[in-house]
Ligand binder design. Structure first.
Ligand SMILES: Cc1cc2nc3c(=O)[nH]c(=O)nc-3n(C[C@H](O)[C@H](O)[C@H](O)COP(=O)(O)OP(=O)(O)OC[C@H]3O[C@@H](n4cnc5c(N)ncnc54)[C@H](O)[C@@H]3O)c2cc1C
Length: 474
């Protein structure tokens, strides 16, 4: 048995580089790298289907990078770690901090029991530029508005990238630890639905570095202007890599600092800081995933029509830009940010379906499903967040399509039944003359739906519903 063994518990840090906990665990001892599928503490926030697919691939890659030495378990981390500590000569348990409320609760409990039994516990910041508790207003209270928060971040030194771990300490342990093979974790379910995700995504630390390099080389220069146009290749598509910790924001910041300063780099950094803000809000308002941050929204008269929700989920609303986005999500596990805002506004405001239903669908379908960013963004669109888009700002799916997908490239790709419709009618096929529809091979109500709501009437209804709660206090 080796003299001393340190555990590094991989969580949302599925990478070797810039991993402060892995580096610390491997400096002075043999390191036992573990991953635990914890469905016991996650409650309603177990990974969704698309996330599980990503996780499965990412764990395979990580295990390869560790020469097959990743020890994987399923169950209660409290129990598993205690058992490991009892049966091995464990000195220290290290992890990078997670920020979801259930994770914070679980980790504090594990830490106190380990410390009580004489085992050292070291936790690190591995996934944020700055810890949420270190950023406050002059009076010590947390920020509620993004822009002053962002300005304050500019004054704080972000976490520096950490040195490489000593991989020679990852040698095979001369002890028997029963690890579950990744294929036996059943992360993929019984069908092969996930095959479609393979065509569009490359999980893993190498995939993350490739995505970053490609973005810096080809797309950063057009980011500010191009990021709103779903057909343009101007965004980084780093979000699932960042969510699973295959790359850290500090690594991205470091790479950005080597680029020439421009509005594009500044804008990209600002978006990364929206992620920081989402985590910040989640830390300071732990009920954000389940409760409106503006409390009076609990009185909002949602209609929650399940047929309309199903049509939205299936991309069968009759509004081409909405349907394109929902089908992009279903087919690729991703949706462009501009379109996320359009489909979310449509669900919450035109269909009057509670944002919880939209967030839950995204949670299951997105490869980048992230409790902080998903709930903060849905609250932002719904108008019930602290720094939200005002409720009366209702995206018009026709003009959004015409403006951000003017030649229809994105919409025609995901809604191929409309591919021959001239651009002037593409985002409002119900207004096209019969002959034009016929020429394009479209029969509304047959091979493409009529709009499921009247856009003006539904807008009016939303404004009236909002008026009801507007005068309430709080
Ligand atoms: C309704 C709704 C739900 C969303 N749900 C999620 C989610 O579950 N997970 C998620 O990562 N993002 C979510 N977002 C934010 C945003 O849409 C994605 O982060 C972005 O589209 C990811 O693409 P990208 O990596 O190419 O982004 P880029 O434009 O290249 O941005 C770089 C990085 O900055 C961060 N970022 C960018 N925009 C935002 C934002 N508005 N909020 C928080 N972080 C941001 C992401 O980490 C992203 O990878 C949601 C947005 C909306 C409107």
């Amino acid at each position: 048995m080796p003299k001393s063994i340190n555990i590094h518990w991989f969580r949302r840090d599925l990478r070797i580089a810039d991993n402060p906990s892995l580096t610390a665990a491997s400096t002075d001892a043999t390191v036992l790298p573990i991953y635990i599928i914890d469905n016991e503490n996650a409650g309603d926030f177990c990974e969704g289907g698309a996330s599980n697919w990503w996780l499965n691939q990412s764990l395979q890659q990580l295990n390869q990078s560790l020469n097959g030495q990743l020890y994987i378990f399923r169950g209660s981390p409290q129990y598993i770690i205690e058992q490991l500590c009892k049966s091995l000569n464990i000195d220290k348990v290290c992890w990078n901090r997670c920020y979801e409320p259930w994770q914070i609760k679980r980790d504090s409990h594990i830490k106190s029991t380990l410390v009580a039994s004489g085992i050292e516990v070291c936790s690190f910041n591995g996934s944020l530029l700055v810890e949420p508790w270190t950023v406050t207003k002059g009076d010590g209270t947390p920020y509620k508005i993004f822009t002053p928060f962002y300005r304050k971040l500019g004054l704080i030194s972000p976490r520096f990238i950490s040195s490489a771990p000593n991989l020679s300490t990852l040698k095979k342990l001369p002890i028997k630890v029963k690890s579950t093979p990744i294929d036996s974790l059943n992360l993929l379910g019984k069908t092969t639905w996930y095959k479609k995700l393979e065509e569009h995504n490359s999980p893993g630390e190498d995939g993350a570095q490739n995505a970053l390099n490609k973005f810096l080389e080809s797309n950063l220069d057009s980011y500010q202007e191009g990021r709103d146009y779903p057909a343009k290749n101007s965004v980084s598509r780093l979000s699932p890599h960042i969510h699973f910790g295959e790359i850290s924001p500090s690594q991205i910041l470091h790479a950005l600092s080597k680029q020439k300063a421009s509005n594009n780099t500044e804008h990209f950094l600002r978006e990364l800081c929206w992620r920081e803000f989402s985590y910040y809000l989640l830390y300071h308002c732990p009920d954000m995933p389940t409760s409106n941050l503006k409390k009076k929204f609990q009185f909002f008269p949602w209609k929650n029509d399940s047929d309309l929700l199903a049509k939205w989920q299936q991309g069968q609303t009759g509004f081409p830009i909405v349907d394109a986005g929902m089908r992009e999500l279903w087919q690729t596990g991703f949706m462009h940010n501009r379109v996320r805002m359009v489909v979310a506004s449509f669900l919450v405001k035109n269909l009057l379906v509670h944002w919880h239903h939209g967030a839950a669908w995204f949670w299951d379908c997105l490869v980048d499903a992230d409790l902080a960013s998903n709930s903060a963004s849905w609250q932002w669109v719904a108008g019930c967040g602290t720094d939200a888009s005002p409720f009366f700002r209702i995206f018009n799916p026709v003009t959004q399509g015409e403006k951000f997908d003017a030649n229809g490239q994105y919409t025609r790709h995901f809604v191929p039944e409309l591919k021959n419709l001239p651009s002037m009618y593409l985002f409002k096929p119900w207004l096209a003359p019969k002959a034009v529809l016929q020429e394009a091979g479209i029969e509304l109500g047959n091979n493409y739906p009529w709009p499921i709501v009247d856009i003006q009437e539904s807008r009016q209804q939303a404004l009236e519903a909002f008026q009801l709660i507007k005068e309430l206090d709080g």
